[in-house]
Design a protein around this ligand. Structure first.
Ligand SMILES: [Zn+2]
Length: 596
């Protein structure tokens, strides 16, 4: 393997990704003549004409007619168009079954931190947008959150999405969104990101029914698609609970804005408040464009041509080569299967950043493996990593919360250590019959957990690798991250529960991964505002819910002004920068990826 050249850039890697400010994902691009070995994915606007193009080449997507420039119309005409477009969206999505991932943190008042998480709940399922709402659950054992969030009853409280579950947060009203049930009042114009919007207040008419949407909608001023919904459902039933939500959509296919992020929150900690229930929750939706063969009763067929013959001369494989090809086949099978299930992002820019960090550890340790180590992003929030063959998989939530490159290197070094030590898992998946299972049972059929002896050995090797790496002087940040995790682990059990790989803590919340890093370095100190041990969720990775591509968030650093701003591992509201399809760098990047 040729790695000359990378070593020269190693010193650049010591630049933190986040310098004393949260969500500092985008340091100014260094004016270096060579590309810095690690930088957040800086997406250049495409030089190509900004023609409207579908992000995906999936056939069968009805393209909405592109409207001509609007002539001034009456408010009534606009409202008619809003209603028509919302019904068109419901129709467009009715055969799709995207993944939905609500993650909820219950809150309790904390003198220092304000409202702090006291427990959490995680759910991952498929959202069936058809008339009958029927979700399927990846996490068969975890039904309690499903009951909580999806309309069941618990001892403490009742939350309802009436009458049709989660999809009520996705659409304003999937049954009765019309003039006979709602009043629309024009409020004002406003920009959301680059998109000029008309803002309407929406109220159900008197006696219109139960569980009606009440709140505000933002519609784009060209097609009058709803692009953001903010409100709740009324009337509030006795003994039940409709919470408030803020639902955002992204323009990723021509003519439609797809529901992508929903933030929900409830609770009031002001003096004299009697709220017993307080929580905040992020729900992400993705996988709209996944293959449609995801029904429980269908098996996904695998291609068997995953192994390319790259040998220079036609010759038979030696036993050792055969063994390696076998492992490669398993690795390719697993990664492909996880991508088909919507659990791993397609190969992209974030992988390259991860691979560069891995490369830096490899060169400084003179590791030369017969096959290159690759990295992929798991799309889910729980903090976990695993490796299969030479591919390291790291979850989106974990990347989100790591404060800088050195802590990322620490996490990756552990999986690299497994690979270096030959702790290869998953070769049984080279048998293709083992890959024939429904998406919904992925978590039951795949698993990449090492035994405790291998974990201990990998940790020891990882520390050794790190000490020789460009990150040797910055191991404190990884240690600080784990200390912060340790401080919060008792209230974040769901976030810390891995589903395919190994987590960072044991079942009691004790940090096990790289625990040696916690014995040195700075002490965790909330009162130090420049000490950022861990970031909130959503701080780094942006997810394209149509094609599942990921990229690094480009957010300017925001100064931390109080300990309450730190919010390590917490969910926060969403405020995506909205762009129209074809005009934003985001979508150019997505389109480029999809053509690779
Ligand atoms: Zn491990």
């Amino acid at each position: 393997m040729k790695r000359c050249g990378w070593i020269l850039t190693a010193s650049l890697l010591l630049l933190p990704l986040s310098a004393g400010a949260q969500q500092a994902q985008a340091p100014d691009p260094a004016p270096a003549t060579q590309p810095a070995a690690v930088q957040p994915a800086v997406v250049q606007p495409s030089a190509q004409p900004a023609a409207v193009q579908p992000v995906s080449a999936t056939p069968g997507i009805a393209l909405a007619p592109q409207p001509a420039a609007r002539v001034p119309v009456s408010v009534d005409q606009v409202v008619d168009q809003i209603i028509e477009r919302e019904h068109a969206l419901i129709n467009f999505l009715k055969n799709r079954t995207p993944l939905v991932e609500p993650y909820l943190q219950n809150l309790a008042p904390d003198g220092k931190l304000g409202a702090a998480p006291k427990e959490d709940h995680y759910f991952l399922g498929r959202l069936d947008m058809a008339e009958t709402i029927d979700r399927r659950d990846y996490l068969m054992k975890q039904t309690s959150f499903q009951k909580n969030l999806m309309g069941g009853v618990t001892k403490l409280f009742r939350i309802q999405y009436q009458p049709m579950g989660f999809s009520w947060m996705v659409f304003a009203d999937r049954q009765n969104f019309d003039r006979s049930h709602y009043d629309f009042h024009y409020a004002h114009r406003e920009f959301l990101g680059e998109v000029r919007c008309l803002v309407f207040d929406v109220q159900p008419k008197k006696g219109a029914g139960k569980g009606m949407f009440e709140g505000r909608i933002w519609v784009d001023d060209q097609d009058y698609n709803i692009i953001r919904l903010n409100g709740t459902y009324v009337p509030r039933p006795k003994n039940a609970f409709f919470f408030h939500m803020d639902s955002w959509r992204l323009n990723l296919v021509p003519g439609y804005w797809l529901p992508a992020y929903i933030y929900s929150e409830e609770g009031d900690f002001s003096y004299g408040s009697h709220d017993k229930l307080a929580f905040k929750a992020q729900s992400r939706i993705w996988g709209y464009d996944l293959a449609k063969n995801t029904r429980e009763d269908e098996l996904t067929q695998l291609k068997v041509d995953a192994v390319k013959d790259e040998s220079p001369v036609a010759q038979d494989a030696s036993p050792l080569e055969a063994q390696r090809q076998w492992q490669q086949q398993a690795e390719d099978n697993v990664v492909e299967r996880l991508q088909e299930a919507g659990l791993v992002a397609p190969a992209g820019e974030v992988d390259k950043i991860l691979q560069t960090v891995i490369n830096n550890i490899e060169i400084t340790n003179n590791i030369d493996l017969p096959r290159p180590v690759r990295a992929r992003v798991m799309l889910t929030s729980p903090l976990e990593t695993f490796s299969v063959g030479n591919t390291i998989v790291i979850s989106r939530g974990l990347i989100d919360t790591l404060p800088d490159e050195a802590s990322l290197a620490a996490i990756l070094s552990h999986e690299l250590a497994h690979i270096v030590l030959g702790h290869n898992l998953g070769s049984k998946y080279a048998f293709n019959d083992r890959m024939l299972f429904s998406d919904e049972s992925t978590y039951q059929n795949l698993g990449f957990r090492h035994n405790p002896e291998e974990e201990t050995a990998a940790d020891a090797k990882a520390i050794e690798l790190l000490k020789n790496s460009p990150y040797a002087q910055k191991l404190g940040s990884g240690g600080l991250y784990l200390k912060q995790l340790s401080a919060r682990s008792s209230v974040l059990a769901a976030l810390l529960t891995p589903h395919l790989g190994n987590g960072l803590t044991d079942s009691k919340g004790e940090v096990t991964r790289l625990a040696a890093l916690m014995t040195s370095g700075p002490n965790l100190d909330d009162s130090k505002l420049d000490q950022i041990a861990a970031l909130p969720l959503g701080g780094r990775i942006k997810l394209d819910p149509w094609g599942d591509h990921v990229e690094m968030v480009k957010a300017a650093p925001v100064a931390i002004t109080s300990v309450r701003d730190k919010m390590p591992f917490e969910v926060t509201p969403f405020f995506p920068r909205l762009t129209r399809l074809g005009t934003g760098a985001t979508l150019d990047a997505a389109a480029q990826n999809s053509t690779k």
